[in-house]
Ligand binder design. Structure first.
Ligand code: APR
Length: 193
């Protein structure tokens, strides 16, 4: 199920919120700054413990890493690094799509049934909002329509129910597009009618 809301992602009581982070993963401005502020210093400490894959890079562009949410109402923060937009001809669409795919996969692997995304890359990183929203919606749709095998593989089977019948299918993940502005929310509404 997909929902669009306008608001502050740090207030959402979902299983995971996604952070539009940078490769160092130690905080920044925009939604990254808001998430670190609301989660408290423990989030910074947890990010420090994420191993660097090369000097100064804990999460390469397009990949995702997970930490607890600490003081946030969300259980987890999934940190992903969107591409810096140049002209759309330097792999930006593929990298942005990978952010959504990898965040959703990591959420499923950690048993999340609800996840909220900000509009990754569309602030400081300059990605045009309409193009970014199209990629986000396309990737989430694709993930949800394939989610039975992906979630089935990733999450341990639930115990048999009281009537003794094992549940064959985990519930579908709820995916929220959390837009900071009404204008951004309208971009998503126009794509998900
Ligand atoms: N809740 C939801 N969305 C928010 C919030 C919030 N509290 N604060 C900002 N946003 C929105 C912005 O309006 C924008 O649409 O998040 C979107 C992404 O903007 P940025 O935070 O600037 O992220 P991005 O463009 O991916 O740039 C990442 O910014 O702060 C740094 O460390 C971060 O270097 C990284 C870069």
């Amino acid at each position: 199920m997909i929902k669009i809301i306008q608001g502050d992602i740090t207030t959402l009581a979902v299983d995971a919120i996604v952070n539009a982070a940078n490769q160092v993963m130690l905080g920044g401005g925009g939604v990254d700054g808001a998430i670190h502020y609301a989660a408290g210093d423990e989030l910074y400490e947890a990010c420090l413990k994420v191993p660097e894959v090369r000097p100064g890079v804990r999460c390469p562009t397009g990949e995702a890493r997970i930490t607890p949410g600490f003081k946030l109402p969300a259980k987890f923060v999934i940190h992903t690094v969107g591409p810096v937009y140049r002209d759309g001809q330097h792999g930006e669409p593929e990298k942005l799509a990978a952010c959504y795919r990898n965040s959703l996969t990591l959420a499923a692997e950690n048993g999340c049934q609800s996840i909220a995304f900000p509009c990754i890359s569309t602030g400081i990183y300059g990605y045009p909002k309409e193009e970014a929203a199209q990629i986000a919606v396309r990737e989430v749709h694709a993930f949800l329509s394939n989610s039975e095998p992906q979630i089935g593989r990733a999450v341990a089977p639930r115990p048999p129910q009281e009537d003794g019948l094992a549940s064959s299918r985990p519930p579908e993940m709820e995916v929220i597009f959390c837009c900071f502005s009404e204008r951004d929310a309208n971009v998503y509404r126009s794509l998900i009618a």
